[in-house]
Structures are given as structure tokens and as C-alpha cells.
Design a binder for this molecule. Structure first.
Ligand code: HEM
Length: 201
């Protein structure tokens, strides 16, 4: 079975997740009486929804290898939907960041710096590349080896970016270890799965 046949081409799940994300963000934004608080809560919420969706796509094939079941096979089958939903979640992150900069530039500058613009901007470029090359008409134009190289590089860069972005907040608030744990667990799962012999070969 090649990698393309393993994934679902169904936009239904992607649309459902996108609608749920949109609803959650709308509630979060509108719930706060002060707009700036609603915008900041939306930035934080989308960082967390993005992480969840990203890790599902990141671990999908390793989970099937280590814990084969209908559920892990379903995650793998829908890996592309989770990846595209991650990109959508991060689109909302970007819109909320833009809104924050529009309504309180001083606070935006206080929360960010040149490193976050360059690193975050590069990461956004990679997310857009991965999303575009996940669309089948585009994917068909790319050599399979090149596609795998682009996606392997991209997912590890995003993984590292999540680790750094949540990790740098731990000294101020140890509760961020709750986000670090699944990031490191996903790494362990991938490394263990890589060492496990593939019984289908
Ligand atoms: C130029 C691009 C980006 C900018 C300017 C930016 C800006 C921000 C800002 C201002 C916050 C803090 C919000 C607050 O505390 O009120 C934030 C939080 C965060 N961002 Fe972004 N971001 C960018 C890209 C990214 C990317 C690409 C990722 C991950 C792949 C990411 C992950 C996070 C995480 C993990 C948090 C912490 C959320 C939390 O507190 O739970 N950001 N971002």
C-alpha cells in the first residue's frame, strides 16, 4: 500500500474540525468583555488546538505501528485532514495576532521580538508549503521522494517550534509542562516506532 492510498481524500472531517475551531474561537473572543483579552485568549487557544491537531498527524503512522487498532488506523487514514485542520487553526492564530497588533501595537511589541518574527514567519512559510503540497493536484506534480523530504523537514521544524514556544513559558508558569509532556511523548513514540521492525516487509 503506498502512502497516498493510506490517507482519506474526504474533506468532511476537515470541514467539521474547521467549524468546531471557528465556533470555539468565536465563543472565546466574544466571551471576553474587553476585546484585547478575547484576542489574547484566542491566540492561546489556537496555539493549543494547533498542537493537538499537529501531534495527531505527527504520530499517526507510529501509533499504528506500535498500537495497531481500528482507532489508530482511523487516525492514520485521516492524517491529511488533521494536518490541514492544523493549518486552519494556525490561520486563526495569525488573524488573531494581526488583530492584536492592530488594536494594541505596544502590547504586541512587548509580547514579541525580532526572533519571533523571523522564526514564526519561517514556520508560517513552512506550514503554508505543507498545506499546499498536501492537496492532491499539487502533490501529483511533485516527485514522491521530494514530497517526503519537504514534509519530513517541515514537520520536524514545526515540532521544534512548538517545543521552544511552549518551553520558553515554563519558567514563568510551570503549568506549561502540560503542553511539553505530549510534545516529548510524541517524539518518544516516533523514535520507538522507528526502531520497531516493520512486520509487513
Ligand atoms: C510571526 C509569527 C507569530 C507571531 C507574531 C506569534 C505571536 C504570538 C503571541 C503574541 C503570543 C502570545 C499571546 C498572549 O500571551 O497573549 C503567541 C503565543 C503562542 N504561539 Fe504564536 N506567533 C507566531 C507564530 C507561531 C507559530 C508558527 C507557532 C507554532 C507552530 C506558534 C505557537 C505559539 C504558542 C505555543 C504560543 C503560546 C500559547 C499559550 O500561551 O498557550 N506561534 N504567539
Amino acid at each position: 500500500m503506498n502512502s497516498k492510498n493510506q490517507v482519506s481524500n474526504d474533506w468532511g472531517l476537515t470541514s467539521i474540525i474547521a467549524l468546531i475551531l471557528f465556533g470555539l474561537c468565536a465563543i472565546t473572543y466574544l466571551h471576553s468583555p474587553i476585546e484585547i483579552d478575547g484576542v489574547r485568549a484566542t491566540i492561546r487557544l489556537t496555539a493549543r488546538t494547533s498542537l493537538t491537531l499537529f501531534l495527531l498527524a505527527f504520530m499517526a503512522s507510529s501509533l499504528v505501528k506500535l498500537f495497531p487498532s481500528d482507532f489508530t488506523k482511523w487516525i492514520l487514514k485521516n492524517r491529511r485532514s488533521f494536518g490541514l485542520s492544523f493549518a486552519f487553526s494556525h490561520l486563526i492564530h495569525a488573524i488573531a495576532i494581526y488583530r492584536l497588533a492592530s488594536i494594541d501595537l505596544a502590547l504586541f511589541k512587548q509580547l514579541t521580538n525580532i526572533v519571533s518574527y523571523v522564526a514564526g514567519g519561517s514556520c508560517y512559510f513552512v506550514i503554508i508549503m505543507l498545506a499546499i503540497t498536501s492537496l492532491y493536484p499539487v502533490r501529483r506534480l511533485i516527485k514522491p521522494q521530494t514530497w517526503v523530504k519537504i514534509h519530513t523537514f517541515g514537520i520536524w521544524l514545526i515540532w521544534a517550534f512548538f517545543l521552544i514556544n511552549f518551553g520558553k513559558r515554563v519558567p514563568h508558569n510551570p503549568m506549561y509542562l502540560i503542553a511539553i509532556a505530549p510534545i516529548l511523548m510524541a517524539l518518544a513514540i516516533r523514535l520507538i516506532a522507528k526502531r520497531k521492525p516493520n512486520l509487513n516487509q
